[in-house]
Design a protein around this ligand. Structure first.
Ligand code: SAM
Length: 401
């Protein structure tokens, strides 16, 4: 493979931003790609894919490049890590000064050594590997391995504006092939990646990008047109928009969050999607109390570790800290206990996470039910990167007696 120096520089810059400036990978890549309008689609793919893959395999790559410092600060070391990554991809390195310190044979020998130890081979911090094994036992290894693969691009058809087969045909007309997914009603998956955000179809609000597992959550809430629904951790509205389409834009959805900028983004997305039944509400001291027993349906898509969506956010495994995980579990317990009071008697709620850990999911629901006998467990469901190729979501359907 022939490398263009300016593209490798862009990857090195992105990695420095992610690891040294503690910035989010997707935001950094977006900024880097915007910085040079002359880059074509191949150049952009080179930058994005190499950056994501190096972040994903960071621990393994440090090991094979024989870099032992905990925090990589020097720019020269980022170049060496890039070089080690490309050696593992089977490339012959160009004769650049920045790559001189990397011995391809040594990289390959050290990679063989790395295969003996799961946490290095699968490139994961010690503490996550320990917790994963404690909580998932023999299933952990397969999930960990599956979370190191690139997630497919999945679309959710906006059925307020089109239908799945028409959308498929419209994509085909612009040279983008899509496939349907057997058990996910409105989903289309792209066998070959493409920038769907730049299409007119996106600008017109005909679809949203949303993992297949995530698309099962709004459906699980069993909403109907005309209901009063609260989406209490709505964020930028991935699931709010889906709820609104399932409700055929009728009834009312109150979308809440503690972050105003996310709700503003939700409003922009709702407008693009042609949705008119959503009202946003920033959570303040009395917001929850005021909604006591007002909801027919309640979605609690709680904040979590994100240990089910590492395929899409590989930087999360390096940024996540053990004490954050403990704190977020406390927040989850508070949310389900306090927010569930917004549900009417006879109403239903879904508690959901994007974590593969039972301690954030099944166990939280069990504890809640043990302490709240006026709620009935109906059912629960999990998606799994290893078993069905979806991101790792959990959802439980609970009814208020
Ligand atoms: C998993 S994300 C939600 C994703 C969103 N539902 C979607 O589908 O795009 C969890 C959200 O909970 C919000 N959050 C954090 N603490 C909260 C709290 N105490 N009450 C309500 N929302 C909270 C976060 O800001 C974040 O947007």
């Amino acid at each position: 493979m022939k490398y263009h120096r300016v593209l490798v520089e862009a990857v090195v810059f992105a990695l420095q931003q992610i690891f040294n400036e503690n910035r989010q990978a997707d935001k950094v890549i977006e900024q880097v790609l915007k910085s040079n309008k002359k880059w074509g689609s191949r150049d952009r793919a080179f930058i994005a894919e190499n950056t994501y893959e190096i972040v994903r395999w960071w621990r393994l790559l440090k090991f094979v490049a024989n870099i032992n410092c905990v925090r990589v600060e020097e720019e020269a070391l980022f170049w060496q890590i890039f070089a080690a990554w490309r050696v593992l991809q089977g490339d012959k390195l160009p004769d650049w000064q920045d790559f001189k310190a990397v011995n391809a044979k040594e990289v390959i020998t050290r990679n063989e050594e790395a295969q003996q130890l799961r946490k290095v081979r699968e490139s994961v911090p010690d503490w996550i590997d320990t917790i994963g094994e404690e909580e998932l036992g023999e299933n952990w290894e397969a999930e960990l391995h599956a979370m190191n693969t690139q997630a497919p691009v999945v679309l959710r058809t906006n059925t307020l504006k089109t239908n799945k087969l028409d959308l498929k045909a419209s994509f085909s007309e612009i040279g983008i092939e899509t496939e349907t997914l057997p058990n996910v009603t409105d989903a289309l998956v792209l066998p070959k990646r493409a920038n769907v955000f730049s299409t007119e179809l996106f600008k017109k609000g005909f679809f949203e990008v949303q993992d297949a597992g995530s698309q099962l959550i709004a459906e699980y809430l069993d909403v109907q047109a005309g209901m009063r629904v609260i989406d209490a951790c709505a964020g930028a509205g991935g699931k709010t928009l889906h709820l609104a389409t399932l409700m055929e834009n009728k009834g009312r959805i109150i979308a809440m969050d503690v972050e105003d900028y996310k709700l503003q983004e939700l409003q922009r997305r709702a407008k693009r999607n042609g949705i008119g039944n959503v009202e946003t509400r920033l959570i303040e001291a009395k917001t929850i109390k005021r909604q006591r027993e007002t909801a027919d349906r309640l979605l609690l898509d709680v904040p979590c570790s994100g240990l089910g969506v590492l395929r899409r956010n590989p930087d999360a495994k390096w940024k996540l800290k053990k004490d954050f995980l403990e704190k977020i579990k406390q927040t989850q317990a508070e949310i389900i206990t306090n927010y569930s009071k917004m549900l009417k008697k006879g109403g239903k709620m879904v508690y959901a996470t994007c974590s593969i850990l039972p301690s954030e999911s099944e166990e939280q629901v069990k504890k809640f039910l043990a302490q709240n006998p006026d709620f009935n467990f109906i059912s629960e469901k999990r998606t799994s990167p290893a078993k069905d190729g979806f991101d790792g979501f959990y959802m439980a359907l609970i009814e208020r007696k």
